[in-house]
Write a new protein. Structure first.
Length: 185
């Protein structure tokens, strides 16, 4: 009687191990969540890369606007920092990013003032963007002519959404900075 049970158990075991009808479903159940996570990762990293390109463009436009001549016939005084901040806001608004989320850089770029050669701090007009006017963009000590210009730098937050990972709801700050040479007429 034991040998009959033993043979029937072996037969059942052989049939179960030899059966492949449900293998595709089991493989799909194992692979689809991983593929879904990869697709989500590609999407969110693409979003971060796109946002980085936008804020870099905003910094470039801000630096360009800061070195542009201001309006002399407008009747109002427009500072380079005001020009830069307005250009940054325009680029961010056009790209459907919120300009109120701008944050100052974690560390102020160390640039020397063209006139005095001392370290130049940020212009405090827009408190969330570091605009450094009339700073040396090239090193005079290394034989350079000493090109003056403007530096613009800031950070913008980005939040990842990748469930079941350490990046889920993780906020990172994307850095943007640009320097533009001051044109003299």
């Amino acid at each position: 009687m034991n040998s009959i049970r033993s043979n029937s158990r072996r037969g059942i075991f052989r049939r179960l191990t030899g059966e492949t009808r449900g293998a595709e479903i089991a493989e799909a159940a194992a692979v689809l969540p991983l593929m879904f996570m990869m697709l989500l990762g590609i999407f969110w990293f693409g979003q971060a890369f796109s946002m980085y390109g936008t804020i870099t463009r905003a910094a470039q436009e801000g630096a360009r606007a800061a070195v542009a001549p201001s309006c002399t016939t407008c009747g109002t005084t427009i500072t380079p920092a005001t020009n830069a901040y307005a250009a940054i806001q325009t680029v961010l608004t056009t790209a459907k990013l919120d300009p109120t989320k701008l944050q100052p850089p974690a560390t102020t770029p160390t640039l020397l003032a063209c006139s005095t050669g001392t370290a130049q701090g940020c212009d405090g007009t827009p408190s969330n963007v570091c605009i450094q006017e009339s700073v040396a963009l090239s090193n005079r000590a290394s034989g350079g002519v000493g090109i003056c210009g403007t530096s613009v730098s800031f950070q913008y937050p980005f939040q990842f959404w990748l469930p079941f990972t350490s990046l889920n709801k993780q906020q990172i700050l994307l850095n943007a900075s640009a320097r533009m040479r001051l044109e003299t007429h």
